[in-house]
Write a protein that binds this ligand. Structure first.
Ligand SMILES: [Mg+2]
Length: 186
């Protein structure tokens, strides 16, 4: 049995730190070297709300978005309570823009992702905002429940950081280059 098989938790922990660092470095280098073409050139800026409590995943997602020059329009909150406050423009979020897309982790502190999803999709003011569930869980019940709560799509985060960055790029390509989004509300 290899090392990963014998000490799965430990190996994952060690790899997380170094592998994420390597991927981040490569992303930054690639951006410095090449002039990034922006497939997302559009007439109005797009706003994304990233709801993610893992600093590693949030960092990687933000780096991936940086490549498409979307980062200035990306807001990051780390728990469910802040996600709802942001969307309802409460507390320090009174000037928050309305997101065009929410990337939602399911396992969150203070208020779980399912509860956040339920609140978004039952609020007439918010329910038309597409919500992409982006989570480590591949549990059938989580997937089913998320769609029942009207998630617009469900994506299981790959364990591999490079693949995770690729997935984030696919998300932005699809939602901001292919899909027509609702624009009626401010
Ligand atoms: Mg989480």
């Amino acid at each position: 049995m290899d090392l990963a098989g014998r000490f799965p938790g430990y190996v994952v922990l060690v790899l997380q730190g170094t592998r994420a660092g390597v991927v981040l470095k490569r992303l930054r280098k690639r951006r410095r070297q090449s002039k990034v073409t922006n497939a997302m050139e559009r007439s109005r800026p797009v706003h994304i709300l990233l709801v993610e409590d893992s600093p590693t995943d949030a960092g990687l997602a933000m780096e991936a978005f940086k490549d498409s020059k979307l980062l200035n329009n990306l807001a990051h909150v780390e728990d469910g309570t802040d996600a709802i406050a942001y969307l309802r423009r409460e507390r320090q979020y009174s000037d928050a823009p309305r997101p065009d897309l929410v990337l939602l982790d399911l396992n969150l502190p203070t208020k779980g992702g399912r509860e956040v999803l339920k609140e978004i999709k039952s609020d007439p003011e918010l329910k038309d905002i597409p919500v992409v569930v982006l989570t480590t869980s591949d549990d059938d019940q989580d997937i089913l429940k998320s769609y029942e709560l009207h998630a617009n799509c469900y994506i299981t985060k790959p364990v591999d950081f490079e693949k995770f960055v690729q997935i984030v790029r696919h998300i932005q390509d699809f939602w901001f280059s292919v899909v027509t989004l609702p624009t009626g509300r401010k």
